[in-house]
Design a protein around this ligand. Structure first.
Ligand code: CA
Length: 401
């Protein structure tokens, strides 16, 4: 099949219409040439010819379904409330509690060694693979080779492919069992190969770091990674809170004790711990669930940079530990999608409020920029991006919703 890029290139005279398929991304010839060119780099990393040949045995074409998936990533596209419904379901909470009972001794030993609470580790495991039940069955080497040959995200996936070959060379897993998601995230914990090499651990003591079939290795690898990312055992991830009516949203960062003095309370009525810093996070704007998030929230985002993901991990952990569902309702008003967020980033950058990437993703940097704009415009500084806010920044008039 001739790729669309080849058709476009030949249409503008850059390529002869029929030839040069071997260098055209997306064709089988280009894919095989990519694999051949990889061999010396793999050898330089200590990957033997036998390991290399075994890894690519039977892999002759890219996986078209993998490339199709690059255009979707649920936790960044869906509203946070839809994402939470899917990730923190009653069924998942029940399954997680059952797994916690069955693995009590292992979980206690892992918490003791790495300092990450059992419910947090369980929550990651639940969201990544439903506690090991659905680790993804896509062969990792072919998925990574497909993304690398297409230069999806530059050289990132070529580096990950070389890391995957290194794992095979070490003998932790056989090539035909190395599997995971379409994007090369592996096993029950969905580590990319480079993350695996740096942070996975052998907890059951059989000499192999097995995040595919070993529950103990999987759970401990999550805890090991969070410890390495800087998890603070003295802090929670955060709390759902109730705001007093006159709360000054522009002062959204400070000590927990200071927030308590200003009248802010935990939604479950319990007291804040004696120490710790936090900042206010209003993922649905004023009136929706409000949270105080600690530095550990940023640690969770080190695993996956989505705010929705981090909130899902924290809330699922609370539910697994017996905590209540969220107290406040989510909004029904319009929200900005990816293209709206990109337009907002562009508008805020032009107005001097934002200097981050124009990637259409919400996060702390965009949230702070929105707050600075809201403060300057005399609006409640909830950091929440709505179509009305975008319209105001773009200088257009828009009917009030
Ligand atoms: Ca092991």
């Amino acid at each position: 099949m001739v790729s669309r890029r080849a058709i476009l290139a030949s249409a503008v005279g850059l390529l002869p219409a029929v030839s040069r398929a071997a260098q055209t991304p997306g064709t089988d010839g280009a894919f095989q040439a990519f694999i051949a060119a990889l061999r010396p780099d793999a050898a330089a990393r200590g990957v033997s010819a036998e390991t290399f040949d075994a890894a690519f045995r039977g892999i002759t074409t890219p996986d078209a379904s993998v490339l199709a998936r690059t255009r979707r990533q649920g936790e960044f596209v869906r509203p946070v409330w839809d994402y939470l419904v899917g990730t923190v379901s009653a069924g998942r909470i029940a399954r997680g509690r059952a797994r916690a009972v069955a693995l009590t001794q292992t979980l206690k030993a892992i918490e003791a060694r790495y300092g990450v609470p059992e419910p947090i580790v369980l929550a990651f495991w639940g969201i990544e693979s439903d506690f090991g039940a659905s680790a993804g069955g896509i062969p990792t080497i072919r998925a990574l080779a497909t993304l690398a040959a297409a230069r999806h995200r530059g050289t990132l996936f070529r580096d990950e492919l070389l890391a995957a070959l290194t794992i095979l060379q070490r003998g932790d897993i056989a090539a035909n069992r190395m599997s995971g998601s379409w994007a090369g995230a592996m096993g029950q914990v969905q580590f990319l190969p480079s993350t695996y090499l740096a942070h996975a651990v052998d907890f059951d003591g059989d000499g192999r770091r097995d995040i595919w079939l070993s529950d103990a290795d999987s759970i401990a690898s999550i805890a090991s990674y969070l410890k390495d990312l800087g998890w603070d055992p003295a802090l929670s991830w955060g709390y759902e809170v109730r705001l007093p009516g006159d709360f000054d949203l522009a002062r959204y960062s400070g000590d927990l004790a200071e927030f308590a003095e200003r009248g802010l309370r935990r939604a479950d009525g319990k007291p804040f711990p004696a120490r710790g810093r936090a900042s206010l996070f209003l993922p649905g704007g004023l009136g929706a669930p409000a949270f105080l998030i600690t530095d550990n929230f940023e640690v969770i985002r080190g695993y996956n940079t989505s705010d929705s993901y981090a909130l899902a991990v924290g809330h699922l952990a609370d539910r697994l530990g017996g905590g209540p569902s969220l107290a406040a309702p989510w909004p029904t008003a319009a929200r900005l999608d990816g293209s709206g967020l990109r337009a907002l980033q562009t508008g805020l950058a032009a107005a001097g409020f934002y200097d981050g990437p124009t990637d259409g993703r919400a996060g702390p940097k965009l949230r702070d920029a929105v707050r600075r704009y809201q403060v300057s415009a005399g609006l409640p500084a909830d950091g929440y991006a709505t179509p009305a806010l975008l319209a105001q920044i773009e200088g257009r008039s828009m009917p009030r919703r």
